[in-house]
Design a protein around this ligand. Sequence first.
Ligand SMILES: Nc1ncnc2c1ncn2[C@@H]1O[C@H](COP(=O)(O)OP(=O)(O)OP(=O)(O)O)[C@@H](O)[C@H]1O
Length: 267
Amino acid sequence: MHLELEGVSYGVDGTRILSDVSLAVEPGEVVTIIGPSGAGKTTLLRLASLFERPTDGAVRSDGTDPWSLPRDERLTLRRRIGVVFQQASLFATSVARNVDAGRRIRRPWSSRVRDFAERLASRWIHGSPTVDDRTLEALELVGLREEWDRAASSLSGGEAQRVSFARALAPRPDLLVLDEPTSDLDPRNTAILERAIERARGHDHGVLLATHDMHQAERISDRVAFLLEGELIEVGSPERVFDTPRDERTARFVRGDLLYDENELLA
Ligand SMILES: Nc1ncnc2c1ncn2[C@@H]1O[C@H](COP(=O)(O)OP(=O)(O)OP(=O)(O)O)[C@@H](O)[C@H]1O
């Protein structure tokens, strides 16, 4: 899927959160949004994953404006996007059922009913729950294959975050949208998720993510976009943006200088 934001602005109750943002994500490309807290990163991701409609400008998915389509066609497009937002919200069931949920939602009702019947039958025959290969494969990618039968409520914060990631990966979406996917993870688990992102990219999925971790942005991105107060200040390769930023505000952000003092930044 080729996703493009074209001159997108977004406001709530008269307050502008994003102004004239243009950004594209190609298949097989990792684009990372960096910027101080409150810059509008999550809002941008919500627009890219078709949860919010731009106030101005357009979002295009393979050239089509999803907001010009009937609701079910837009939902079909949205299902091609795997989303992980900051708070991992898992259902009170097993790890595997949580990962399955990401795939079930993308299938018609008839197939979901058949699935349910098969699961019941299998439980009756084998006397224990079963799990399918696609679910195990997604769990393997986040290093939780062995935990498939555990109750999601017993997971640590970091494990829950990895299960959310597996849930987004399991349907093999065309585009992954990730909001600080490794914020609760230790270095080892961060590496596991970064490898999974790398694999998704290798399968020609586009990845759009927001992170506060500059080293991560440097490691995994094809392009980095610096967002400040709802405006995209510059976009380029990580080397370009981090080593030779074109805008003084980017340079100051990258150096870690007084990022949160708006007057200082805008002076
Ligand atoms: N629904 C809303 N109503 C009013 N203001 C909102 C709404 N959503 C976001 N905002 C405001 O818009 C600004 C951008 O928020 P957003 O969550 O997109 O920033 P962010 O860059 O993701 O921040 P962080 O890095 O802290 O997660 C903030 O000032 C926020 O308070």
